[in-house]
Design a binder for this molecule. Structure first.
Ligand SMILES: Cc1cc2nc3c(=O)[nH]c(=O)nc-3n(C[C@H](O)[C@H](O)[C@H](O)COP(=O)(O)OP(=O)(O)OC[C@H]3O[C@@H](n4cnc5c(N)ncnc54)[C@H](O)[C@@H]3O)c2cc1C
Length: 431
């Protein structure tokens, strides 16, 4: 019988894996590849802050799983993974409903010989009271669009009441890459909204506050990267608080651990990640403190050779015995590439290679204003990049993801169509 490979989660890692497996094993009939995702379309997650600010129209950058499956020799099934029977080698998928609550696809089970779990991560609010109720989490395009609509509503209301001096306050909790990128993107959005005539709120009257519990912005990056980022944020008029843990969130404010209060009408929580809760008890698979599935260097889960995990939902040892591979798109991409080889070897009963994380550096976008980061190489060590060049490297990361999914020729056509779109459409999504 044909070997059944089921990949659950069509994100940065899972979609690349299903596509590459389809083009190789699927096309040659060596394995039957099925991709399962809770949604019908894929948007590369590092674009979500741009969707939230309105600089990117999510529907123009989404990939449809059904079409991708047809073109790349795999099958797509819509459904949310909700259970696992390891003994029977079956996963359980919950029923899918439309916006009106009408059942579209019933609950069902799906058999596998090899299972790859790639369901990503969600925002971690660390149990801070009020965070889930009053903050936007940037976990999905729907969340990002919800924030964008809230922002637009403030501007439309202010525009209708023109004459009075008005402002909007936005607080972002977490000055990691997501928080920093969102803050800069919002400053750009404020300038564009005024340029398009929504003039009730002047650009400097979008008051953006970035709050970080740790001692510096971009805590995971080197000082020589985080310091220029901090300086650029200051130049953009963004208020940055470091060493400032949030204690509680209310509808109109954030209560800080030192007793102070920061008022904000729009609040985004971008302070950390954890794996989706259902992984914590998935037929006994081992998970860690933040719910990630613990995997061996081969990316096989510790208790089941037939089940692999990759990307943000996997706790993969970094090799120093203390840390895990960081939750980044580049790690998900590398792990997907390794599992393409591993699946081929598995079909031939050959031993599987270990995954070794290669850190190519980190780049943080500061919207159209700049970018900052460092690139790593074997010979050159770590090179700091800033400004236009850093921004070009940053933009190339998304293009590399597109090349894996569409091939170089179609990616070039997409780049051309983006360029044409930019000259015929507003710079900011205004609906
Ligand atoms: C705003 C933002 C900016 C970022 N910027 C960068 C950056 O510049 N560089 C970088 O390296 N990383 C960045 N990241 C992190 C990066 O996006 C993630 O590390 C990466 O997307 C992880 O890939 P993944 O395949 O593990 O999961 P994801 O890409 O999150 O994909 C998970 C998929 O699983 C699906 N899914 C979830 N639950 C289920 C379920 N129960 N059943 C079925 N399907 C399910 C989802 O619909 C989704 O398609 C950023 C993240 C954010 C939020």
């Amino acid at each position: 019988m044909t070997h059944r490979i089921v990949v659950v989660g069509g994100g940065a890692g899972g979609l690349e894996l299903a596509t590459r497996l389809g083009r190789t094993l699927g096309k040659r009939g060596k394995a039957a590849i099925t991709l399962v995702d809770a949604h019908l379309t894929h948007l590369w997650k590092p674009l979500l802050h741009e969707v939230a600010a309105g600089s990117l129209n999510s529907s123009e950058n989404e990939l449809n799983y059904v079409a991708q499956a047809k073109w790349n020799h795999f099958e797509f099934q819509i459904g949310r993974l909700c259970g696992l029977d390891r003994a029977a080698q079956r996963i359980a998928l919950a029923a899918t409903f439309d916006e009106a609550g009408i059942e579209l696809v019933p609950a069902r089970t799906l058999p596998y010989d090899s299972l790859v779990i790639a369901v990503g991560s969600i925002t971690n609010d660390f149990g801070i009271a009020g965070a889930a109720e009053h903050c936007v989490f940037l976990d999905t395009p729907v969340h990002a669009e919800r924030f964008h609509h809230q922002l637009l509503r403030h501007y439309l209301r202010a525009h209708a009441r023109e004459g009075a001096h008005q402002h909007i306050s936005v607080a972002i909790v977490g000055a990691g890459a997501t928080g920093v990128e969102l803050a800069a993107e919002l400053r750009h959005a404020a300038q564009q909204l005024t340029a398009y005539g929504l003039s009730g709120i002047a650009p400097q009257d979008m008051r953006i506050t970035l709050i970080e519990a740790g001692p510096k912005v971009l805590p995971a990056l080197l000082e020589r990267v985080s310091e220029p980022a901090h300086q650029t944020l200051k130049k953009l008029g963004i208020t940055v608080f470091t060493s400032s843990p949030v204690k509680e969130v209310a509808a109109d404010s954030l209560k800080m651990a030192d007793g102070s209060v920061i008022f904000a009408s729009l609040k985004v929580w971008a302070a950390g990640i954890r794996a989706p809760a259902f992984l914590n008890n998935l037929d006994g698979l081992e998970s860690n403190r933040i719910g990630q599935l613990v995997v061996r260097p081969t990316l096989q889960t510790t208790l089941d050779d037939n089940i692999f995990a990759l990307g943000d939902c996997a706790a993969c040892p970094l090799g120093d015995g203390r840390q895990n591979v960081p939750p980044r798109a580049q790690a998900a991409h590398q792990q997907a590439a390794l599992l393409v080889k591993s699946m081929q070897l598995r079909l031939n009963d050959r031993p599987l290679p270990p995954y070794r994380y290669r850190d190519y550096g980190s780049l943080v976008s500061l919207s159209r204003f700049s970018a900052v980061g460092n690139l790593m190489g074997n010979l050159m060590g770590s090179i700091k990049l800033e400004g236009w060049l850093a921004r070009m490297f940053y933009l190339s990361l998304y293009r590399m993801h597109q090349i894996v999914l569409y091939g170089a020729f179609r990616t070039a056509l997409l780049m051309l169509s983006d360029r044409i779109g930019r000259s015929t459409e507003p710079r900011l999504k205004l609906h």
